[in-house]
Write a protein that binds this ligand. Structure first.
Ligand code: F6R
Length: 366
């Protein structure tokens, strides 16, 4: 039940610190020196020897896959391709027997994802699943996998299933990196310890719910919105835009910030809210100059910034702070304010956030 919350979506957003914790708890040994993914144990040697990883999903699960591409390539140094299930299944993809194909699906019943799974399996690749629903078709048909254990997700717009997918994929990337010796012991240690701190940092972000609601009130009548991010926060921008369009019916686009001047900047005027994910990471200066370009064209900037970053105060119209973290873990934090922003805008517009029009929780037909 919804308990104290007005909607399942809000309840599920607030459950995330706990679901993230539950997803990694039990998969880390007490000293945090080992990652245990029981469901993959038997096939792990094949994963270590793989030439390539292909990750497939739809919608929000596809966004999780995109983020994983950054982590796997950076830490495990293995080539990764990310595919929409609906495209992969119809385009005669080249699949090798030493490919690992990972299917990501909350429901485990998405028709296109299952079709992609069967195709990859037929070609002899090792097919793995990351899914939330225990005993789903995806769980049954893959050779091995990891459950996200996010609990039942009722809101049609995926929230806690996404952060649980990200948690599993982070564990997977770090474990693979460790087994392949492509990460230093120190780096591994720092990342795993920081992962354990993400739930608490998430709670700090969720405390800004009221402030995010106030920001939502300013932008609720927008017709379009743009979301920008760089690096592994680019897929977070895509996810923020998807959340907004799904539940508020405002047209929104996510872009890699560096792509802005290749087209989307033409949209910027004093009516356009631009949500910029701008923590103080390696891309900070570049993203600040993106913000300057938007402000020069009178766009309204809502910036997701690092806690205590005073530099953007003058420039952006609205600020939402997130605690600092290792860049690889920032997606788990940065997505929270974007979920809340979409939620509040949709509620203020009188939309049915838990059951948006035209959408189904599980897309079992193509
Ligand atoms: C977005 C959303 C959809 C699903 C997509 C895949 O909020 O819910 O985009 O992510 O339909 O669903 P699963 O993960 O069940 O395969």
């Amino acid at each position: 039940e919804k308990g104290d919350f007005d909607h399942f979506m809000l309840k599920e957003i607030f459950e995330q610190p706990q679901t993230i914790e539950e997803t990694f708890k039990g998969r880390l040994n007490p000293g945090y020196s080992e990652i245990v993914l029981g469901g993959l144990q038997n096939v792990f040697p094949r994963i270590v020897d793989a030439r390539r990883i292909i990750i497939i999903g739809c919608g929000t699960s596809w966004h999780a896959a995109l983020i994983a591409e950054y982590l796997l390539e950076e830490y495990a140094r293995i080539p990764v391709e990310v595919e929409y299930a609906s495209e992969f299944r119809y385009r005669k993809p080249v699949i090798y027997k030493d490919d690992v194909v990972i299917l990501i699906s909350q429901s485990g019943e998405t028709a296109d994802t299952l079709a992609a799974l069967r195709l990859a399996k037929n070609e002899g690749a090792l097919v793995l699943g990351i899914c939330n629903v225990v005993g789903s078709s995806l769980a049954r048909e893959t050779e091995a996998g990891v459950y996200t254990h996010a609990g039942v997700e009722i809101g049609v717009a995926s929230t806690k299933a996404f952060t649980a997918q990200m948690t599993v994929l982070t564990l997977f990337a770090l474990k693979l990196a460790k087994e392949k010796s492509t990460i230093s012991a120190k780096e591994f240690d720092v990342l795993v310890k920081e992962l354990a701190e993400i739930p608490e940092k998430g709670r700090v972000i969720l405390q800004q719910n009221h402030r995010i609601q106030e920001i939502a009130a300013k932008y609720k009548d927008a017709v379009n919105a743009l979301y920008l991010g760089r690096g592994c926060l680019f897929p977070v921008a895509l996810e923020g835009a998807l959340k907004l369009k799904e539940i508020s019916y405002i047209h929104a686009e996510g872009y890699a910030a560096g792509e802005m001047k290749h087209g989307p900047i033409a949209l910027v005027d004093d009516n356009l809210p631009v949500v910029v994910v701008a923590p103080q990471d390696a891309f900070y200066e570049k993203i600040v100059s993106n913000i300057q370009e938007i402000k020069a064209r009178k766009g309204n900037v809502i910036a997701i910034i690092s806690e205590g970053d005073s530099g953007l105060g003058e420039l952006a119209d609205d600020l939402i702070e997130i605690p600092g973290s290792q860049p690889a873990l920032a997606p788990l934090l940065a997505v929270l304010p974007l979920q809340l922003l979409a939620y509040h805008i949709a509620v203020l517009r009188g939309c049915n956030v838990d059951q948006p029009r035209n959408l189904a929780k599980s897309v079992t037909v193509e």
